[in-house]
Design a protein around this ligand. Structure first.
Ligand SMILES: NC(=O)c1ccc[n+]([C@@H]2O[C@H](COP(=O)([O-])OP(=O)(O)OC[C@H]3O[C@@H](n4cnc5c(N)ncnc54)[C@H](O)[C@@H]3O)[C@@H](O)[C@H]2O)c1
Length: 257
């Protein structure tokens, strides 16, 4: 029987947004794709050729079941896109509840930890693999009114760098992508909340974010997906331990709007 050498790619939170764009980009390269999400309707809308699971990235039991299925059906994993994340509360530090902090950290950071922990043995056994963590420019700068999110996205970079060191001897690479503001429904929700907090308009906040970059721009999900495909490619075979921003170059992370 011929061995199928196509890449086996898992994308958490892959039913919409950036994760979906990643899954589409890997599938377009001929990869086998498995997406997870907590939104059943969104999962129902993905390409039926993909594998898909209703799995909360922050739940260790659910993720453990998922990895057992991956091991059984695929026998390994070549690319992990630990992408799940929620924006968390938009509030000044004194108004952030511990519960909302924990919820934000649970999906963004603990989700990345759980995925890396479960992917490591599979990748070590095959002595190859690429882990790609979705951080954020919020993981490179402070982010007023988004302290849980910024803290979690910084911590993901610490996790990624440590994983790169632990797994490098096994031929496994780990990198992080730091997207800037991505056009789409999630940023629209962020813009609306921040406009409310600051007593201004969505357009003023949008312009503030865009004007804080050298290229005066938001980016698109496909730009993040293209970086993920590159990070997993042979062209990036010695790229490890890096956090790379795809953001039009952030000059001023907090333009005062
Ligand atoms: N959109 C941006 O501007 C932006 C910028 C920087 C970083 N990011 C990061 O990129 C990643 C993807 O963001 P997005 O804009 O596609 O998000 P999104 O809000 O559009 O959500 C994408 C998907 O994540 C799913 N999801 C939410 N919680 C989940 C969980 N616990 N387990 C599994 N799936 C879950 C949702 O159901 C949704 O289908 C996140 O880590 C986010 O923090 C986004």
């Amino acid at each position: 029987m011929a061995v199928d050498h196509t890449k086996r790619v898992l994308v958490t939170a892959g039913a919409s947004g950036i994760g979906r764009a990643m899954a589409e980009a890997f599938a377009a390269e001929g990869a086998r794709v498995w997406v997870t999400d907590v939104d059943q309707a969104a999962l129902a809308s993905v390409d039926p050729q993909w594998k898909s699971s209703l799995t909360d990235a922050s739940s260790e039991p659910e993720m453990t079941d998922l990895f057992a299925q991956i091991a059984a059906e695929w026998g390994g994993l070549d690319v992990l896109c630990a992408n799940a994340g929620v924006s968390g509360p938009t509030a000044l530090i004194e108004d952030v509840s511990l519960e909302s902090w924990r919820q934000c950290v649970a999906v963004n950071l603990e989700g990345a930890f759980i995925a890396a922990k479960l992917a490591a043995p599979l990748m070590k056994a095959q002595r190859s693999g690429s882990m790609i963590f979705t951080s954020s420019t919020a993981g490179l700068y402070g982010y007023p009114s988004r302290s849980p999110y910024a803290a979690a996205k910084w911590a993901i970079i610490g996790l990624m760098k440590t994983v790169a060191m632990e797994l490098g001897p096994f031929g496994i690479r780990a990198n992080a992508i730091c997207p800037g503001s991505v056009e789409g429904p999630r940023m629209e929700r962020v813009l609306a909340k921040e406009a409310l907090l600051k007593g201004t308009t969505r357009d003023a906040i949008y312009h503030g974010y865009a004007s804080g970059t050298s290229m005066r721009t938001f980016v698109e999900a496909k730009d993040i997906a293209a970086m993920a495909v590159f990070m997993a490619s042979d062209g990036a075979r010695y790229l490890s331990g890096q956090a790379i921003a795809v953001d039009g170059h952030t000059e001023n992370p907090d333009p005062k709007v």
